[in-house]
Design a protein around this ligand. Structure first.
Ligand code: PRT
Ligand code: ZN
Length: 296
């Protein structure tokens, strides 16, 4: 019997390509992609990636060509609003913790804005006409949507539109084009989508393993391993300083056990302020290190 191969759609090139491959690699799925290669099989697993434009990923998954896909929530939402039938054929199964951005409406600096009603009668340029259309309809605003596929931020300067609706991450593009953000209409990040059609046992088992590994990588990314020496009498104060710190390992450092080494996983990054407070509790030799993988 031939082995079933789990096929994943990921962006061929662009902002999500490296991060998608990196996450798969951290999960143990490594791909040696040659230039211009569109389909590539993993080293050790029956898993392959199809490298395509991000806008096409939802269709590859909803049509069943790929089993799962890594795509921005913004793209997924736009496609499913445009083609509601496709939303029955695929679903979001996990947020992937990268590609964070938000879809925002921005106006030329100096234009008055108080509320969405200020947009009445405006021409707004965007690559996301369905998401913007839904926002305008929810607020009962009559505005003209000008659909543009790229460089949306220059449209007010050249007279194509009065305002724009585009993705923002640092805000530098808006600032350098004399625009100010006035409304966020969608918070986005990369998500893992899956076709709703049956996967079959082998693929389902493989996907289950992949999802557990992704959880392990995402949890590890947030967590830190912390080590320090301290008087045993400070142990309770130290544990209170790091909320959620899981059962620390406490190792006596001297014969009467009054001084101990404390090792623990902290669920979040440890900031300098916390390190300083630990020091004030007489902790010393405090080490905070990143964690690569966690399995529970
Ligand atoms: O060729 P293909 O169609 O596959 O790629 P693309 O050019 O359509 O997409 P790409 O690679 O630019 O983005 C892929 C995905 O990355 C998007 O769908 C989002 O989910 C996510 N993402 C995260 C972003 C940004 N951040 C982002 N800042 N996508 C685009 N931008 C653009 C934005 O459109 C604007 O032009 O970056 C500019 C703003 O950035 P800041 O940092 O100046 O605010
Ligand atoms: Zn695209």
């Amino acid at each position: 019997m031939t082995q079933e191969t789990l096929r994943i759609a990921i962006q061929k090139s662009g902002r999500l390509n490296d991060r998608s491959l990196d996450l798969l690699s951290k999960c143990g799925f490594n791909f040696e992609v040659r230039p211009n290669q569109l389909l590539c099989r993993a080293d050790q697993y029956p898993v392959e990636i199809l490298l395509v434009r991000d806008d096409d990923i939802p269709a590859y998954v909803s049509d069943g060509i790929c089993d799962i896909g890594f795509v921005g929530l913004n793209v997924y939402k736009e496609v499913t609003l445009e083609n509601p039938i496709s939303s029955d054929r695929m679903k979001i199964i996990k947020k992937l913790g990268f590609g964070q951005c938000h879809l925002a409406i921005a106006l030329p600096k100096g234009l008055p804005y108080e509320a969405p009603e200020s947009l009445e009668g405006f021409k707004i340029a965007t690559s996301y006409p369905k998401i913007l259309g839904e926002f305008l309809a929810n607020h009962k605003i009559n505005a003209k949507i000008v659909e543009i596929s790229g460089s949306v931020e220059v449209t007010p300067q050249v007279g194509v539109a009065d305002a724009i609706c585009d993705l923002v991450s640092t805000g530098a593009t808006l600032a350098s084009n004399g625009l100010m953000e006035v409304e966020t209409i969608l918070e986005s990040e990369a998500v893992l989508i899956q076709k709703t059609a049956e996967l079959g046992n082998e693929k389902a088992t493989l996907l289950g393993r992949m999802l557990d590994r992704i959880d392990g990588v995402l949890k590890a990314k947030r967590s830190r391993y912390i080590m320090m020496n301290a008087p045993r009498e400070s142990l309770e104060d130290i544990c209170n300083l790091i909320p959620g710190m899981e059962k620390p390992t406490v190792i006596p450092l001297n014969s009467d056990g009054s001084k101990v080494a404390i090792h623990a996983v902290a669920p979040e990054n440890i900031f300098w302020e916390t390190m300083e407070k630990l020091k004030a509790c007489q902790a010393s030799s405090i080490l905070v290190v990143p964690i690569e993988k966690i399995i529970e």
